[in-house]
Design a protein around this ligand. Sequence first.
Ligand SMILES: *Cc1c(COP(=O)(O)O)cnc(C)c1O
Length: 625
Amino acid sequence: MNTESEKEQFLKEFGSDYGYANAPKNIDEIRATEFKRLNDTVYLDHAGATLYSESQMEAVFKDLNSTVYGNPHSQSSCSLASEDIVGKARQQVLSFFNASPREYSCIFTSGATAALKLVGETFPWSSNSSFMYSMENHNSVLGIREYALSKGAAAFAVDIEEGTHVGESESPKSNLKLTQHHIQRRNEGGVLKEGMTGNAYNLFAFPSECNFSGRKFDPNLIKIIKEESERVLESSQYCRGCWLVLIDAAKGCATNPPNLSKFKADFVVFSFYKLFGYPTGLGALIVRNDAAKLMKKTYFSGGTVAAAIADVDFFKRREGVEEFFEDGTISFLSIAAIQHGFKIINMLTTSSIFRHTTSIAAYVRNKLLALKHENGEFVCTLYGLLSSEMGPTVSFNMKRPDGTWYGYREVEKLATLAGIQLRTGCFCNPGACAKYLGLSHLDLLSNIEAGHVCWDDRDILHGKPTGAVRVSFGYMSTFEDAMKFVNFVENNFVISSSNRCALQPRSISLPVEGIAKAAARHFLTSITVYPIKSCAGFSVDQWPLTSTGLLHDREWILKSTTGEILTQKKSHLVARRNCRLNSNPAHLSLKEMKWISKIIDMKSEVTTMRLISGSAGRLIDLALY
Ligand SMILES: *Cc1c(COP(=O)(O)O)cnc(C)c1O
């Protein structure tokens, strides 16, 4: 691809959205002066964590080195500096979300997750309450379910189908469709009593932007749920009572912070490192003051208590919303740092950041959608495209010309070699993952049964991907980042006669030219195949490659007769053990025989084990000794 003409083309299409025409520095200057540490790294994981700028950090150091910040709970003059900066920070956060301090309060937490946990912990659950959440939600939101269920409340996920228009329109849509997926109650004694729902409090949670797909959710949902729950939930027994609404803005806040003067959510959570990279370990819960009054708290602590007696069951809480929620000493030095992050965001403006990042994402989406193999088959399947507005996130999987999937791990490993940082897997969002990848409960359970966990290498199970590849963009992302990524995909995964480098099932041998060329500084010195995870492997000079790496490598796991999966971590003996086959060898292919024979060795006491093949779903009984 010719960079110049490609960029010209891009600017023709998106030029008015790309870059920051009204800012003191344009995008190329921002990148060249503020992010020198990136060098040639193409950083495309802003949904995981975005990057802090150099001047932001210089301002933080300067501030900390020139001010004496004491504990804001103390009464000294140094503590006043902290109190002052914390107060300003709260105002800054509220105004970022366009929230009036009369209506909302900013509670500092250790992150979005801690804020979500706080809501779950203090929510006024009863056995007549419901916790409803969109399928697309982060695990940290799903976890609130445990508080709801343990109090006898009902919990269910909903699929939200929106009409054609998404945006900040005034009138809530009437063509919204919610499909419920019920979760079994823990406490069946707490089954809803007719007529008892009037004063129950229910919670509805959705992300402003899905961190799996980039799908943006309509903020009108808040009003619809609060005012029209009977209609949209089709008079289900769970629709009654008072609905409070929570927005998980952890992903969406960098480009579309919820506008709380217009869309009155009760709770909004986010983390600062997703907004401007630094500090980590700090987030906030924006709570509507009226909703805060409903919350129930068990714990008292420094920070939240006005008086307590050590040996009498007596304590008195402090007054005020922040004092109700913030246990202990808040992270005041981190809080002091956020003004320097906001400075950049406010200078560029979130609307420009949104236009800039989504123009890059749209370019990548269009390019990926158009990619075809030589045989005419499309390469990429993109997720979440049906909604009309998308955030700066592109989530996808790729297929080979024969229709089999490339594993996301393979993509990730090659991306790392090419200096591209991206994210793969389910991104802590199991509902979106299952929904977009079309995985049924049965698929999910059998993947778990086969030993698949979120972070492992089993990227394809039973012929289906278990996760996706995600690239996401931040305010300092450039067209050049996007183009390098698109080139990487074209060069490595699109099969055409002119593109012999592309990965297709083939054999590698020493020395491996393709990969050695891709990373001139790296050399392949040996190939070791470990057919059984955590057991001894064997070395070869040459070995076939598959979509997931070396053929049969870590294809099998050891499971004890009690069903426990044995790994080196669980039992260090595994690594030193060897296996003998118990089942009929006639059922094994020549290749399987070959590698199993390599690991049959010495004798000692025998335990029966079962090998489970991840890809073929075959079971083989073995004696482990
Ligand atoms: C990152 C993220 C979270 C979790 O945030 P933490 O900072 O890890 O607490 C929750 N929800 C969404 C949508 C996210 O992107």
